[in-house]
Design a binder for this molecule. Structure first.
Ligand code: UD1
Length: 421
């Protein structure tokens, strides 16, 4: 098992460059299945989830080759339209192959993902949207058998909620469907706009990406992708919260500040000084304890659910009480008990998190239960007395390349260790 040991008390100073976005690149890889040939994407982060998605693609028949921060993927003419439970369990984003395999092969067999640490996580909107395009689904022994005997046909899809995954699956189904598809109440995340740009480069006709209404005119075939992945706003935001927690002066480079508007606003309310340029954000931490801040997680452009645990770590030291409402995942609270082990005073009431700021945290062993929870606990450790040991650090590797070396380069006293059970 891997663990991260962080000794609190040092400020962070300097600059850190972010990688391409995990939540974009995984979808780009799935999109490649839509066209045979040799695809290439640049600015690919070195994170575990990219490796898992490459395994999904390889299972389906593609070959993936990494060359530094680029990935070359060869997609054959014939695919095996399947994603087994072992891979889907490792990474839920695997279910996005439903739309691409239906579009490309007219059929797909994908294990139903089930729930996870964030709650029940249904995929009903993905299935409703694809059904509207002409797909049929049957669940047999835990596997969704999908078919589109008459091919996929463009139609109007109105999503009940602007789900990122459902928008992507419907988009995949629509780009090669006959006729025109309109997705209303589509997700507006920057990663969706980036996916649409990547698909546009392959020859897809998509308008309105990044807005609530997307219009897709189906085309007969697509060509290989050549694309550079949009910067990771969550990686950028995590380092900024780290600077706010530990104190100091940190510039995050290679990011898109506009993608972090709500998160930066809340960090400003907490007392941080923030300056932005074209592709950088500089944050100077509050000299004293942060101010309490209230917010609700919402679909983009609201405050991102994946920045909630890091922000709670910061607000655990605030000079008052903060209230956060988690609107995306009803059960995203496993990390709260771990944060309280460090001395935080956080309680949950339904989907609300009530954080009574404390004067200090004190280091102890804690468990990283998921990617962002793990990152949040390491950041809390930067400000805790003594040392904090974050177990199950492998979770953090799913979403952050060089997390520990990057924090160390900014001045943190942090190291990684392998331990036997
Ligand atoms: C979510 C994030 C996305 C991030 C991704 C990876 C939001 C809105 N989405 O996307 O920004 O890139 O995690 O961390 O912040 N739901 C249904 N039925 C469905 C699909 C979704 O009820 O068919 C519900 C989910 O349970 C959840 C909400 O809708 O409560 C948002 O889900 P969705 O945006 O689809 O989640 P992801 O695609 O995982």
């Amino acid at each position: 098992m891997e663990q991260i040991v962080v000794t609190g008390g040092r400020a962070l100073n300097g600059s850190v460059a972010v990688c391409g976005a995990k939540n974009a690149v995984l979808k780009h890889l799935v999109a490649m299945l839509l066209a045979p040939g040799v695809h290439r994407i640049d600015n690919v982060p070195g994170i575990a989830d990219v490796e898992i998605m490459c395994r999904v693609l390889e299972y389906i028949g593609a070959e993936c080759h990494r060359d530094g921060t680029s990935l070359r993927v060869e997609v054959p003419g014939e695919l095996r339209p399947e994603a087994p439970i072992e891979l889907v369990r490792k990474m839920r984003a695997s279910i996005l192959v439903l739309g691409t395999l239906l579009a490309r092969c007219g059929e797909a067999r994908v294990a139903l993902p089930g729930g996870d640490d964030f709650g029940s996580r249904p995929i009903d909107m993905h299935l409703d949207g694809l059904e509207a395009l002409g797909a049929h689904f049957e669940l047999r022994h835990g596997v969704l058998h999908a078919s589109a005997p008459g091919g996929l046909r463009g139609t109007e899809v109105s999503l009940e909620f602007p789900s990122v995954g459902a928008t992507e699956n419907v988009l995949f189904g629509a780009v090669m469907a006959s006729g025109r598809t309109v997705i209303s109440n589509a997700a507006r995340e920057p990663e969706i706009a980036d996916l649409a740009a990547a698909l546009g480069g392959m020859g897809a006709h998509i308008q309105g990406a990044g807005t609530s209404t997307m219009e897709i005119e189906g085309v007969g075939e697509l060509g290989p992708m050549q694309h550079r992945v949009v910067p990771d706003r969550l990686e950028a935001g995590t380092y900024l919260v780290g600077a706010a927690l530990a104190g100091g002066d940190v510039t995050v480079t290679g990011c898109v500040p506009a993608h972090l508007r709500m998160e930066l606003r809340k960090l400003g309310e907490a007392g941080c000084e923030i300056e932005t340029g074209d592709d950088w954000v500089r944050l100077v931490g509050p000299g004293e304890r942060p101010n309490p801040v209230d917010f609700a997680t919402l679909p983009y452009p609201g405050f991102h659910t994946d920045m909630h645990p890091q922000m709670v770590a910061l607000l655990s030291l605030a000079s008052g009480t903060s209230v956060i409402t988690e609107n995306i995942y009803e059960a995203r609270f496993r990390y709260v008990g771990e944060l309280n082990r460090l001395g935080a005073d956080v309680i949950t009431e339904g989907q609300h998190v009530i954080i009574r700021g404390v004067e200090r945290l004190s280091g102890c062993p804690v468990d990283a239960c998921d990617i962002r929870a793990g990152a949040a606990l390491v950041l809390a450790g930067l400000r805790a007395d003594g040392y904090t040991i974050v177990a199950n650090a492998g979770h953090i590797d799913r979403g952050y390349q060089n997390f520990v070396p990057n924090l160390a380069a900014l001045g943190a006293d942090v190291r990684r260790e392998s331990v036997s059970d």
